[in-house]
Design a protein around this ligand. Structure first.
Ligand code: FAD
Length: 322
């Protein structure tokens, strides 16, 4: 029996969520030695990523390399994977709950007439049952679900929640898989990327986030410096995005990105429920706000009541000196 992880790459590099997906598949498999964890890497310029991934899986890594797969296109990716899935008949298909995973997983599940569980944050085994935990109502409640009947089952996992896999004892091999030519109804003509920070916000271990309290685009500079010292990424509230201080690509919350870093530093953010939806699952939350009554302090592990323009540079200075 096999499980299939659909890996993601970024500029030829394996994304962290791919190794977390391998770990998720390993947790689902439990101690069963008859299950091989396979993976598919799709795109162009993917050989290095496929090779790297092969050290973490027990089965094969299928490298699906075609020019028309260079940019993500749901129709093309689903077509490329359908033949492979028919061939290896995986019991579970695991993807990251990323922009790609959120789009591709339901398409695959529908085409396979499979059940799907999305945005899974932890996996537990109870006797022979595998239970999947996922947040509800913007993180205010959690539900545990399990699949009934036989697979294939499709699972997407939230980045930064399940530890990345460690290298397998016996690593897999890379196999080139060439899907049949597709009659696509849509093709990606061009992808224009917005300039983004060095660290991917969704996968960052540290996020320094600014709100309306930052007051201007210039006001984000001290936050960028702090993020750099901590090798983290900069995020923002919708208040800051709406005010034009930063790009909407940085927005965290119900209508923005969901992040779960080890450390989230909220600067000048009041803590509206819609913002909490995107960050309340962070491991440690530090809030810096000059209003001691700000709701963000209710979810914060550490609170600093003060002016962010004094506190943030001080923190950066101390961390640089440490
Ligand atoms: P404010 O609420 O104005 O808070 C600014 C804070 O900065 C205040 O607490 C103030 O005390 C503090 N401050 C000011 N100056 C300083 C200083 N010098 N030093 C320290 N602290 C200072 N919001 C999101 O963030 N993400 C979403 O995805 C999102 N989705 C939404 C979806 C819907 C349908 C709706 C209705 C709203 C959504 N919102 C979202 C908006 C949300 O309700 C809030 O309006 C928004 O989060 C407020 O942003 P803020 O905390 O930056 O601003």
């Amino acid at each position: 029996m096999s499980y299939l992880v659909i890996a993601e790459t970024r500029e030829g590099m394996l994304r962290q969520v791919s190794l977390e997906s391998v770990q998720a598949a390993t947790l689902i498999a439990g101690s069963s030695e008859s299950i091989s964890i396979c993976a598919a890497v799709i795109g162009s310029d993917i050989q290095a990523a496929a090779q790297e991934l092969s050290a973490f899986v027990t089965g094969s890594v299928y490298a699906i390399e075609q020019e028309e797969l260079e940019a993500y296109n749901a129709e093309a990716y689903a077509h490329a994977l359908q033949g492979l899935i028919a061939e290896i008949q995986p019991e579970f298909i695991v993807l990251g709950h990323t922009a790609i995973g959120r789009d591709l997983a339901p398409l695959l599940a529908a085409s396979l007439d499979a059940g799907q569980l999305s945005d899974v944050i932890s996996i537990q085994r109870q006797d022979d049952e595998v239970l999947f935990t996922r947040p509800l109502y913007a993180g205010k409640a959690f539900e545990q679900k399990r699949f009934v009947g036989s697979g294939p089952h499709v699972v997407t996992i939230r980045p930064n929640n399940i530890a990345a896999a460690s290298e397998a004892d016996v690593s897999g091999s890379v196999i080139a898989y060439n899907p049949p030519a597709a009659q696509l109804r849509t093709i990606v003509q061009e992808v224009v990327r917005k300039a983004s920070g060095k660290v991917d916000l969704a996968e960052a271990k540290v996020v320094v986030s600014g709100g309306r309290g930052v007051k201007s685009a210039e006001g984000f500079k001290p936050l960028e410096e702090l993020a750099e010292v901590l090798s983290g990424a900069v995020g923002a509230s919708r208040g800051a995005c709406d005010a034009g201080y930063c790009d909407y690509a940085l927005q965290i919350g119900q209508t923005g990105k969901v992040v779960t870093p080890e450390l989230y530093i909220a600067c000048g953010i009041s803590g509206a429920i819609q913002h909490l939806a995107g960050m309340s699952q962070s491991r440690i939350i530090i809030a810096i706000n000059k209003d001691p009554e700000a709701p963000i302090f209710k979810v914060a592990d550490y609170g600093i009541v003060g002016d962010l323009f004094e506190v943030v540079p001080l923190l950066t200075q101390e961390l640089k000196a440490a």
